[in-house]
Design a protein around this ligand. Structure first.
Ligand code: AP5
Ligand code: MG
Length: 213
């Protein structure tokens, strides 16, 4: 099953993608997590990506597309995957479509987690992220068992550098300009499904599993 998660920054793509990956036994591939891991490890890719991410801008397509095309060709992705944060531009979607087509494949579901902008800014200030394993928490809506510590891997949780309110607003603007057109793209491809992302985390997941079966 090949699934794409669409939705604004903070809509809950990462939260739901992790739950989908666990339930269906497929890898969760988050370009944001891959870039953050590279930043943490001080790689060349990380240095370049950080310049854009800290400003709330998208990392250029040429640094992003090959990375994902290589990742989905790995053996653990043979039975499918859930892509979180990719594609984010029409050229990225076209690159993905072309890479899949070359193997006689296509995306099965593009799930749009729909949350209005006014709900987003509130969520971001309370988010805590594990840079080691990619798990995401919220101080009130989804707290870890032990404050500041990841339930999954026991590492320290942090506030992401790009979760400052002014950067969140920039990310929302970029989302509307560059990523929202993908809703149309995947509607035309016949694979778009929308869920109401303002509901509780478990309710959103129930709607998604209702779609995926
Ligand atoms: P990325 O890491 O993908 O960030 P994003 O799209 O801005 O999305 P977020 O991770 O902020 O939100 P989310 O939808 O995953 O929400 P979450 O589940 O955490 O990208 C970061 C940056 O990397 C980009 O700005 C860009 O620079 C670069 N980048 C990445 N991919 C790229 C690409 N393909 N091309 C170019 N550049 C790229 O939830 C948010 C919070 O809300 C959490 O605290 C969570 O616990 C809580 N929450 C979740 N669901 C609910 C709910 N139902 N009710 C209440 N709270 C909830
Ligand atoms: Mg995320």
């Amino acid at each position: 099953m090949k699934i794409i998660m669409l939705g604004a920054p903070g809509a809950g793509k990462g939260t739901q993608a992790k739950m989908i990956a666990d339930k269906y036994g497929i890898p969760h591939i988050s370009t944001g997590d891959i870039f953050r891991a590279n930043i943490k490890n001080g790689t060349e890719l990380g240095k370049k990506a950080k310049e854009y991410m800290d400003q709330g801008l998208l990392v250029p397509d040429e640094l992003t597309c090959d990375l994902v095309v290589d990742r989905i060709a790995q053996p653990d992705a043979a039975k499918g995957y859930v892509l979180d944060g990719f594609p984010r531009t029409i050229p990225q979607a076209e690159a993905l479509t072309a890479a899949l087509k070359a193997r006689g494949e296509s995306v099965d579901y593009a799930i749009d987690v729909d949350v209005p902008d006014e709900n987003i800014v509130n969520r971001m200030g309370g988010r805590r992220a594990c840079l080691a394993c990619g798990a995401t928490y919220h101080v009130s809506f989804n707290p870890p068992k032990k404050e500041g510590i990841c339930d999954v891997c026991g590492k320290e949780l942090v506030l992401r550098d790009d979760d400052k309110p002014e950067t969140v607003q920039k990310r929302l603007d970029v989302y509307h300009a560059q990523t929202q057109p993908l809703i149309d793209y995947y509607t035309k491809a016949g694979v778009l499904r929308s869920v109401d992302g303002t509901q509780d985390i478990d309710k959103v997941f129930g709607d998604i599993t209702g779609i995926l079966g």
